[in-house]
Design a protein around this ligand. Sequence first.
Ligand SMILES: [Zn+2]
Length: 109
Amino acid sequence: MRWQLSTPILAVCLMYLHFGVTWNTVVANLVGGLIFFWVDKFIFTSKIIAPQWEVAENIVCHDCEKPVFRGYRLVRAKNYDRTSAVPEFRCEKCSQIKLDKQKKKGIIS
Ligand SMILES: [Zn+2]
């Protein structure tokens, strides 16, 4: 959906500018870049949109200490930020248990 938002900018530039197709496209990309740089920055840094998880392979679960192929940790969510914390990866079961506890405490919605 985000990528389709740049289509009208491209279309308008191709239809109404008179620099030739190549330069019209260059101008369209510059205009799109000036707009969507901020949109992308909001999408990738906003805590409002979606929780951000980190996945790692071949880890030892921080809680149950079992080695697992895939481990998870919640990095950021609304009112929760562990981007600079020492990573603690958990197996799927322990990750879900911790997530449920944090939701009950109201740390994560
Ligand atoms: Zn575990």
